[in-house]
Design a protein around this ligand. Structure first.
Ligand SMILES: [Zn+2]
Ligand SMILES: [Zn+2]
Length: 62
């Protein structure tokens, strides 16, 4: 699963766990910035290890 923002393999910045969607809903949530995604490993809001973009449901449109 690649980060939708930087196209690198999506890893949790907090624990290093590689993110893999548990189902279709979570997969679709990745492309919908209004839906927050939490890490399956540590339970924190998922933050991309590479570009530090949080998948916290906050749309970052300027
Ligand atoms: Zn984690
Ligand atoms: Zn990224």
């Amino acid at each position: 699963m690649d980060c939708v923002y930087c196209d690198k393999p999506l890893e949790c910045d907090a624990c290093g766990e590689a993110f893999s969607p548990k189902g279709l809903g979570e997969y679709q949530a990745l492309s919908r910035p209004e839906i927050p995604i939490t890490c399956a490993g540590c339970g924190a809001i998922l933050v991309c290890h590479w570009c530090k973009t949080p998948y916290d449901g906050e749309d970052e449109e300027p």
